[in-house]
Design a protein around this ligand. Structure first.
Ligand code: MG
Length: 298
């Protein structure tokens, strides 16, 4: 991964107040995403001729050239499986670490601009002082979101994925080395805004929470079913804007449940406060379940 979208070929940067290179304290921590090595290996599909051949003389020859080689396709699928298997193994060790400290880890996923960071800021303000909290922020560039989180007084680490379009378990593992773990509390992981690749990458979280804003189309769950299938909870965000939009919230929820009948749904608005109590209750209930599970396995 991502042999489909071509991401993951850049250097990853972890930025935080305490995220520094162990041997060079004045420098931020960099590391290469493990996909980089593989990515150079999988650029095997020949470019399509431009213009594409028309039926007629020479067309068969050209079409043979652009036919995707089945053995190469199998090799790419195998590489994807290997990368996801490696990611799953790292995710397993992250999950074990969370379980040992009774930490509820939530992976917030969405398309860009759904309001994840604003929702997170309001959530942290409401939970601060009641639960130990920490945040991992994922974006391709800038540490703007981590700065917004730190302004609430909650510890945050920013992961910049460079050209990468998703967080993976290795990035989270690195970030955890720099972040004080919120024992018996909640770790929020705000993923890169993207409804495709983050669905495939387990980070070790207890649940994926998909944030779906009413400024998007109702049919997003049908267009991007993997994400809605992978999520346990859907937050229908920015509901304060509904009176101004031609958006059918019931239809959007019906589409989401068509791809995932078990999906829990909360309608909310971080700015007006609608639905926030239900969301906070969902978090505290899930947090309690983590503590009970940790106590039983201790
Ligand atoms: Mg954000």
């Amino acid at each position: 991964m991502c042999t489909t979208c071509g991401c993951g070929t850049d250097q990853v940067l972890i930025r935080g107040k305490t995220a520094r290179h162990p041997n060079k304290p004045n420098e931020p921590l960099h590391f290469r995403a493990h996909e980089r090595v593989v990515q150079t290996e999988v650029q095997v599909r020949p470019p399509l001729p431009n213009p594409l051949p028309h039926a007629g003389e020479g067309a068969n020859e050209s079409l043979r050239e652009i036919n995707f080689d089945r053995s190469e396709a199998k090799r790419i699928v195998k590489l994807e499986q290997d990368i996801l298997a490696k990611n799953n193994s790292l995710a397993h060790s992250n999950r074990k670490r969370f379980a040992e400290s009774a930490i509820l880890a939530l992976n917030l996923v969405s398309s860009p601009g759904s309001g994840k960071t604003t929702l997170l800021v309001h959530t942290l303000q409401a939970l601060k002082g009641k639960l130990p909290l920490a945040v991992i922020e994922g974006d391709q560039q800038t540490d703007f979101d981590a700065e917004r989180i730190r302004a609430t007084g909650v510890e945050a680490i920013q992961i910049n994925t460079g050209k990468g379009c998703h967080l993976d378990a290795l990035m989270v593992e690195h970030a955890l080395q720099q972040l004080p773990l919120p024992q018996d509390g909640v770790l929020f992981i705000e993923n890169v805004g993207n409804l495709v690749c983050p669905a495939a990458f387990d980070l070790g979280e207890a649940a994926k929470v998909v944030v779906f804003s009413v400024t998007e189309g109702e049919d997003k769950p049908l267009k991007y079913p993997d994400m809605f299938r992978a999520a346990r909870l859907m937050l229908l965000s920015k509901c304060d804007l509904l009176p101004h939009l031609d958006f059918d919230a019931d239809l959007a929820i019906a589409y989401a449940r068509r791809v995932n009948p078990q999906l829990q749904v909360i309608r909310l608005s971080a700015t007006s406060g609608t639905g926030m109590a239900e969301w906070l209750e969902w978090i505290t209930t899930a947090c309690r379940a983590e503590r009970v599970a940790a106590a039983q396995t201790a």
